[in-house]
Design a protein around this ligand. Structure first.
Ligand code: F6P
Length: 342
């Protein structure tokens, strides 16, 4: 059997570990041949291939990013996109595909499977917001990086009696903020699922300073102020020279806290640092196991499925289950952080 592999969407530590595991198990145990499709769905769409065998996978386990490259191309948004994909798979003699990706990439895989393409999915995102699986690989690495940043920011915040606002990734879900906030001992965590009250945040800041404690506030990039509790400073506001002064929510929040409380505040935006570099041991372990099971699913012809972590076991769920609704932080899980500003 000839199997194509692709990685789509934002990159994520552990992608290479999945590729390596699928290929090693596929070649050694199932006698598969592999072809690498470059840059997500753009690969099969435009016929962009690369050799993929045990040799190409040597030494990639601890490497961040993806040797296959990635993109956010969606063939369903292009005229004749799906036809081009099926034509190219036939031309390349590819019998089955392993698609490694998040909501968008696996959403495409779901639709292709419904159209009869032999596809198996492996879930990935640092945001950990895919349903059907307990954790996605990449999340643990992102949380560790954010936690280390919070640890470091405590000492400088305390020395200068400042508020430190740390903006972490998470457009729709606050998992990175919640886990790193708890692990790093943040004094407040603001997440997209729970619009925050800016006045309550400022009261909290003042109370913290009364007890000689410099507050660290972790905020997801997708967090928003509660309706009616509008912040005066908007994203993209320009200064007298026309330079954009304010970036995302972290920056806005720090400026707003300064204005309202008179306390000095600084914002740190972690951005893509959370996505780059070597995966943690947990993410390598999870990514490798998902890859091994994906090779088995292909061998068994169990297409239209997504590999998933259920407790400590790798399970298979229908692809649609992983791409239906996003997995969000519940009010009870948020309350555990004891920093509830809703
Ligand atoms: O979905 C993963 C993610 O890292 C989000 O947390 C973030 O909002 C987004 O991707 C950033 O995407 P890009 O790298 O395209 O700017």
């Amino acid at each position: 059997m000839r199997v194509g592999v692709l990685t789509g969407g934002g990159d994520c530590p552990g992608l290479n570990a999945v590729i390596r595991a699928v290929v090693r198990k596929g070649v050694r145990e199932h006698g598969f041949e592999f072809v690498g499709y470059r840059n997500g769905w753009k690969g099969p769409l435009e016929g962009l291939t690369m050799p993929l065998g045990i040799e190409e996978c040597r030494g990639i386990l601890p490497r961040g990013g993806t040797i296959l490259g990635s993109s956010r191309t969606n063939p369903f948004k292009l005229d004749h996109g799906v036809q081009q994909i099926t034509d190219n798979l036939a031309r390349d003699g590819v019998d089955a595909l392993v698609a490694i990706g998040g909501e968008d990439t696996l959403g495409v895989a779901t639709k292709l499977a419904e159209l009869g393409v032999n596809v198996v999915g492996v879930p990935k995102t640092i945001d950990n917001d895919l349903s059907g699986t307990d954790f996605t690989f990449g999340f643990d690495t992102a949380v560790n990086i954010a936690t280390e940043a919070i640890d470091r920011l405590h000492t400088t915040a305390e020395s200068h009696h400042r508020v430190l606002v740390v903006e972490v990734m998470g457009r729709h879900a606050g998992w990175i903020a919640l886990h790193s906030g708890i692990a790093g001992g943040a004094s407040a965590v603001l997440i997209p699922e729970q619009p925050f009250d800016i006045e309550a945040v400022c009261r909290h800041v003042e109370a913290r300073f009364e007890s000689e404690y410099a507050p660290i506030i972790v905020v997801s990039e997708g967090a928003v102020p509660r309706e009616g509790g509008d912040m005066t400073l908007q994203s993209g506001e320009t200064d007298d020279f026309g330079h954009v002064r304010l970036g995302g929510i972290g920056d806005r929040l720090a400026r707003e806290i300064e204005q309202r409380t008179g306390k000095e505040a600084r914002a740190v935006v972690l951005g893509h640092i959370q996505r780059g570099g070597t995966p943690t041991a947990f993410d390598r372990w999870l990514a490798t196991r998902l890859g091994l099971h994906a090779a088995d699913a292909v061998a068994e012809g169990d297409f239209g499925t997504m590999m998933a972590l259920h407790g400590t076991k790798i399970a298979r769920v229908p692809l649609a289950e992983g791409t239906g609704e996003l997995k969000l932080v519940s009010p009870a899980e948020y309350a555990e952080a004891e920093v509830f500003f809703g």
